[in-house]
Design a protein around this ligand. Structure first.
Ligand SMILES: NC(=O)c1ccc[n+]([C@@H]2O[C@H](COP(=O)([O-])OP(=O)(O)OC[C@H]3O[C@@H](n4cnc5c(N)ncnc54)[C@H](O)[C@@H]3O)[C@@H](O)[C@H]2O)c1
Length: 314
């Protein structure tokens, strides 16, 4: 255990990935000691090395012994490691189950045996599937992809470990997160940024009136930190902005943010299975975690643009 009672030694699985690298900065600023655990299948070791982690452990969450060793002396876990692609999960559901379900079980067992004070799990809107919007915690989930099913299983395991072993687990459902260090991501804002920088048209499927809830990474990190420090027992929270933004509106803001570049749009046929609307009711997180997303879309996009431009030139 770390010595200062208010300072936590935190193992961040998936710590070299997009959210993990940003989270390291927030943990350090709050006086905690972050350690990364990542197999670098998607995240970059170099990003982890420069993020301020006390240590970067290059290992796989399917490796029980490596997790057990990594949890030694750790106070809390933020479990971000996962296969995150919906399309990949449709192509290889077993691979997703092995990493996202068995990997999460491994992390929970190691956390239970180490007696950690908090275990925060990164879930997503995917467990909910095609439900009436805004999504909230009381809606019965109906995942439409293997990825969503694995995240639902993770939520279930977190609840079970709170109920069966008294492990303070919290599952957080993130909406569409964007920000610095997302270059490797297939998410819409990362894709659009890369296409603008390469002079390629933005591909919009359907009429562009479909909506999403775009959440700046610093806001999600503050939500994770609140869950970590308050350690509610077996709870589930939606973390988004509560604001619904259409893809057409996103394109308009991006055109403004990249005013010195030509932003073209190529409309393509609507993709089957794509949700028409998706945004989150975040009242429970506001009430119980003090969660308060405060980054306006334009401001978050400017910071993301600056990072993309800087990393392209270095
Ligand atoms: N970014 C989003 O918009 C978003 C939305 C909802 C939920 N989430 C969830 O948040 C978490 C973090 O997402 P992200 O956007 O930072 O993704 P990311 O791919 O950048 O980060 C995931 C990290 O996990 C690592 N990893 C993958 N498989 C592993 C394994 N078997 N063992 C050890 N490490 C492994 C990867 O190398 C990567 O660094 C994920 O669980 C994801 O499902 C993200």
């Amino acid at each position: 255990m770390s010595t200062k009672s208010d300072s936590l030694r935190v193992l961040v699985t998936g710590g070299c990935g997009f959210i993990g690298v940003n989270l390291a900065r927030h943990l350090l600023a709050a006086g905690h000691e972050p350690i990364a655990f990542d197999n670098c299948s998607a995240g970059r070791l170099n990003d982890g090395d420069t993020a301020g982690y006390a240590r970067v452990i290059e290992a796989d969450i399917r490796d029980v012994d490596a997790l057990t060793a990594a949890l030694h002396g750790v106070d809390a876990v933020v479990h971000l490691a996962a296969r995150t692609g919906v399309v990949d999960s449709v192509r290889d559901p077993r691979g997703d189950m092995e990493v996202n379900v068995i990997g999460t079980l491994n992390a929970l067992l190691a956390a239970r045996d180490a007696g950690v004070r908090a275990f925060v799990f990164a879930s997503s809107g995917a467990p909910l599937g095609e439900v009436e919007q805004p999504g909230h915690e009381a809606i019965a989930p109906r995942p439409q992809s293997p990825y969503g099913a694995t995240k639902l299983a993770g939520e279930g395991l977190c609840s079970a470990f709170a109920g069966s072993y008294g492990l303070p687990t919290t599952a957080l459902r993130f909406t569409n997160v964007y920000g610095p260090f997302s270059y490797h991501k297939g998410s819409v804002i990362a894709q659009f940024m890369k296409r603008i920088m390469n002079g390629a048209p933005l591909v919009v499927y359907g009429d562009g009136e479909q909506t999403r809830d775009f959440l700046y990474v610093d806001d999600v990190c503050r939500g994770i930190l609140a869950a970590l420090e308050r350690a509610p027992m077996g709870e589930l929270y939606q973390l988004g902005t509560g604001v619904e933004t259409s893809i057409n509106d996103l394109v308009a803001v991006l055109s403004d943010v990249f005013s010195d570049r030509r932003v073209e749009v190529a409309f393509e046929p609507e993709r089957t299975g794509e949700a028409r609307r998706a945004f989150s009711d975040i009242r429970k997180a506001r009430r119980e975690l003090g969660y308060n997303p405060r980054t306006p879309l334009r401001e978050g996009l400017v910071c993301t643009r600056d990072w993309f431009l800087e990393s392209a030139s270095s």
